[in-house]
Structure formats: structure tokens, C-alpha cells
Design a protein around this ligand. Structure first.
Ligand code: BG6
Length: 494
């Protein structure tokens, strides 16, 4: 079945931080793909706002460049690009300067039925002043929405401050907190896999599942991104993306796909996470930082080398592994091993559901012991689902067992391009569908779990374990899982 394109009504999208990297690399290309697919047309307006002294022409030029650099060649079409960039205009505005705000008013349409979305792709300390102005200028009305990019604070207290400030201008059902992982096709597929197939739910529990692994590994480094050294992998990846994945795996079936039905269930998971504090930190967590490699012509700088002089010696972690536990009936005794890092051996994000051994093997050792089944959900790259099963090795020679996998590769199964996460999310804002966005209480529950880990590390003030760039992280992370008699899942095609 091919994708169904349901056009949205004309909208006014105001993008604060339009000159930034996110806008050029992700937002503009995502909007282009939707425009090309016919989901919106030239009746919609995209208004870039930033401090740079650009004008409409420059904004349109940048939009054109961004399509050229970040959209697949097969989808670039001269006429469509020109129509698309004609939707763009620009306002140069320092948020403290009232003049710029007046110009934004001039570009917005009065028609109450037109959805107005304010996308804040700016530093979080600007969220409050921008929302104050939006409120002061009476921009917030029934059909207005605000979209918040991460980081949504650096701890519970700062995230509450942001939520309070934004909440003073917009009601919760107008606030769209982006976690782009939720927009990934394969992440949404996790919902389809769990709740559109009857076979998994009866075995999706501690009786049948031994443990779960979630890995988000990247090969890129981090050091040159100013923000990263203040954040580290725990805040950058675990607090949001990985906890959201964990929630989707662990949550109870929601009664429907209504936004709050799903978000209520995710919240319960977050609130059931066993706290990790200074007392059990060593048993449950490992953090690492990459060191460089010099071998022949290959030279990769260490995290420390990438840092500016005044940051040298930083203890910021570029790798984290945690053994998380969801303390409820379904998951009692089932660890969730989660790990993420920069400069790892491969770029791969996947979820592994490791089932338990058969209760009794009728096969003697000489046949090869049956291995427990495993379901691997590959989020990226090479999106797909693999089910590891035992079969009889074909041919004579007695009953010999062999492990094989049923492989569902999305690229092979579907001819269509896998849409980027932002394509779905940007238009969900216009459609008014909050299912794939984080609610305030979810965000705060995630910080509540993460803060004690962060605080305990900070109080210890010890350097993270070093690992060599291009490996799977510090050996301590291998020990974390092997202490429990388990190993990290790794495949040959990484
Ligand atoms: C971002 C993090 O949220 O997600 C980055 O800030 C990270 O550090 C990125 O590289 C990973 O996203 P993706 O979609 O490339 O897996």
C-alpha cells in the first residue's frame, strides 16, 4: 500500500532560530519533502526569525541551498523548489526589540482559522522571553501552537522554570515538546509491532523475557559542539531519546492511540524506574569518554583534544551504559540495559528483546543446545525487524539445531523512501496531534530519574572511564552486563 497524503489547511509557521543548523539541515528539508508530496501548498507561510540581518530574499536563498544540500536528488525539482521557497519570508529580530515583533505581526494572517505555529529552535534561555512577547503581542489564540526543541532544561528545576514560562502563554494542549526519536518511522513501528499483532503481548513480560537492550551508538564525535560539554550523553541522549524508547517497549497497552492514552502509559513507566543514586551507582551505571587513535593514516582526536583550552580536563561523559529496572508486575526482575555513545564502532540504534530459555530442552547437548529467541528491532540504519529462531539443520546427520533469523528489511519490503522524523512531527503540529510529543509530566519524571545519577557523578568528581574511539565503549560497560551472565548483542553487519 502506498502512503496516503492528506493535505493540511494553510498555516503560518514562525521559526525562531531560522538561520541555525537545525533549520538548514532538518526543518527546511523536511518541509520541502512534505511540500513536494502535496501536503501543503503556497498558501502556507514560513516566517524565519533570527538576529542575523537577512531579508526575505536571503532567507529564500538559504532555503534553496538547504534543499540542494539535504534533499535526495531524486526529489529535487526546479519548479517545485521555486514554489516552495516562495512560502518563505524573514524577520530580523532580537527578542528584546519590540520593532521586530511588529514586523512579525505584519506577516501573520488575522484569519482565526489559520494555524499559527511558533517553532523555538533557539537556546532554552530564550524560551521564556519569546513566550512573554508572544503573549504580550496577543499572538496566542485558539489555533496557536508552540514547538520546543531540546534541551528542555538541564535538570528538573530548570525544566520546570521553562515549563512554567511557556505554560503562562500557552495551555498544555498547545505545547509540542519535540523528541525527534518519536518521529522516526521505526519507532512508530514499535507501536505497530506491539499492538497490531496479537502474538507478542502474551509473552511481553517477565515470564518470557529475560532482559531488554537498547543501544544508540554513533560514530561521530562531540567535542566541537559547545553545548555538548555542558550536557554529556546522559542529558543529551538518555534523558530523552532512550527513555522514550524504553517507555514504548515497557508501557502497558494504551486503550487507544489518543495522545493522552499513550502518554499516560509512558508516564507510568518513567515513574516505575528504580532510582539510581550514589549508593547503587557503581552497580547500575558506567560512563566513559573517548580517547584518540593514531594508527597509520588514521587519526581520530580524543574528546579532550577537541575541547577548547578553558574546557580541557572536562569530566563530561561521551558514553553511558545503565542497567535500568522497571519496578512493576510486568517487568519485575527484567533488566533494561541501555547504552549510548559518541565515536563508537558503528552507527546503529536498536532494541533487543531477549527471551528466556525453553523451560526444558528435549535435545541432548550433542544436538547443540537451543538458544533463546531474540527479537531485534533495528531503528537505524537498515531499518527492520529480525527474529532469531532455532531450526533443525537441514539434511542427514541427526537432529542438529541451528540459529537462523527471519529478517524483515523495510528497504526491501517497501519501495518508498523512509520519511525523516521531522516531516511527521512538523505536520503533526499543524494537524494538532500531540501523540508523538512529550507532555510536561513525562519530561519532569524523566529528569527526576536522571538528576540523582548526574548529581552522584558530579559529587564523585572522578574522571569517566576512557575508551578508544572506534570501539564499543569502556570495558566497564561490558562488565556491567557480563556480571549478570549476559552479553551485549552485536551483529556482523554493523
Ligand atoms: C540529538 C543529540 O538529539 O540526537 C545528538 O543532541 C545526537 O548528540 C542526535 O547526535 C542523534 O540523532 P539521530 O537521529 O542522528 O540518531
Amino acid at each position: 500500500m502506498s502512503a496516503r497524503i492528506i493535505p493540511v489547511q494553510p498555516f503560518d509557521y514562525v521559526v525562531f532560530g531560522a538561520t541555525g543548523d537545525l533549520s538548514k539541515r532538518k526543518l527546511i528539508p523536511a518541509l520541502y519533502y512534505r511540500f513536494k508530496a502535496g501536503q501543503f501548498d503556497q498558501r502556507s507561510r514560513i516566517i524565519g526569525v533570527s538576529r542575523s540581518p537577512w531579508d526575505d530574499r536571503k532567507m529564500q536563498e538559504v532555503a534553496r541551498e538547504s534543499v540542494k544540500n539535504h534533499v535526495d536528488k531524486a526529489y529535487r525539482d526546479k519548479k517545485v523548489i521555486e514554489d516552495f521557497v516562495s512560502c518563505f519570508s524573514y524577520v530580523s529580530n532580537d527578542v528584546t526589540d519590540k520593532k521586530g515583533w511588529k514586523e512579525i505581526s505584519d506577516k501573520l494572517r488575522d484569519d482565526e482559522d489559520i494555524v499559527r505555529a511558533f517553532y523555538l529552535a533557539v537556546a532554552p534561555n530564550l524560551f521564556a522571553p519569546i513566550c512573554e512577547y508572544l503573549m504580550g503581542m496577543k499572538y496566542c489564540r485558539k489555533n496557536s501552537r508552540v514547538v520546543l526543541e531540546k534541551p528542555l532544561g538541564h535538570d528538573l528545576a530548570s525544566s520546570r522554570e521553562i515549563n512554567d514560562a511557556v505554560g503562562a502563554a500557552f495551555s498544555e494542549d498547545q505545547i509540542y515538546r519535540i523528541d525527534h526519536y518519536l518521529g522516526k518511522e521505526t519507532v512508530q513501528n514499535l507501536l505497530a509491532l506491539r499492538f497490531a499483532n496479537a502474538m507478542f503481548e502474551p509473552i511481553w513480560n517477565a515470564t518470557h523475557i529475560d532482559h531488554v537492550q537498547i543501544t544508540v551508538a554513533e560514530t561521530v564525535g562531540a567535542g566541537t559542539r559547545g553545548y555538548y560539554d555542558d550536557s554529556g550523553a546522559l542529558r543529551d541522549m538518555i534523558q530523552n531519546h532512550i527513555l522514550q524508547l524504553l517507555c514504548l517497549v515497557a508501557m502497558e497497552p494504551p486503550a487507544s492511540d489518543a495522545p493522552n492514552a499513550l502518554r499516560d502509559e509512558k508516564l507510568k513507566v518513567l515513574r516505575s524506574l528504580k532510582p539510581i543514586t550514589a549508593n547503587n551507582l557503581a552497580k547500575y551505571s558506567v560512563r566513559g569518554q573517548y580517547r584518540g587513535v593514531r594508527s597509520g593514516t588514521v587519526e581520530v582526536a580524543s574528546y579532550q583534544d577537541e575541547l577548547p583550552e578553558d574546557r580541557k580536563g572536562s569530566h563530561t561523559e561521551t558514553f553511558v551504559a545503565i542497567k535500568a529496572e522497571v519496578e512493576n508486575w510486568r517487568w519485575s526482575g527484567v533488566p533494561f540495559y541501555i547504552r549510548t555513545g559518541k565515536r563508537l564502532a558503528a552507527r546503529v540504534s536498536e532494541i533487543v528483546i531477549q527471551f528466556r530459555d525453553v523451560p526444558h530442552s528435549i535435545f541432548s547437548q550433542t544436538h547443540g543446545a537451543p538458544r533463546p529467541n531474540k527479537l531485534v528491532i533495528r531503528l537505524q540504519p537498515d531499518e527492520g525487524v529480525k527474529l532469531f529462531l532455532m531450526i533443525k539443520d537441514p539434511g542427514p546427520g541427526g537432529m542438529r539445531l541451528r540459529e537462523v533469523h527471519l529478517n524483515l528489511s523495510f528497504a526491501e519490503e517497501f519501495e518508498e523512501r523512509t520519511p525523516e522524523a521531522y516531516e511527521r512531527l512538523l505536520l503533526d503540529v499543524i494537524r494538532g496531534n500531540q501523540t508523538l510529543f512529550m507532555r510536561r509530566d513525562e519530561l519532569e519524571a524523566a529528569w527526576k530519574w536522571v538528576d540523582p545519577i548526574r548529581n552522584a557523578w558530579d559529587e564523585m568528581d572522578e574522571p569517566p572511564h576512557l575508551y578508544t574511539a572506534g570501539t564499543w565503549g569502556p570495558t566497564a560497560s561490558v562488565a556491567l552486563i557480563e556480571r549478570d551472565g549476559r552479553t551485549w548483542h552485536e551483529e556482523e553487519d554493523y
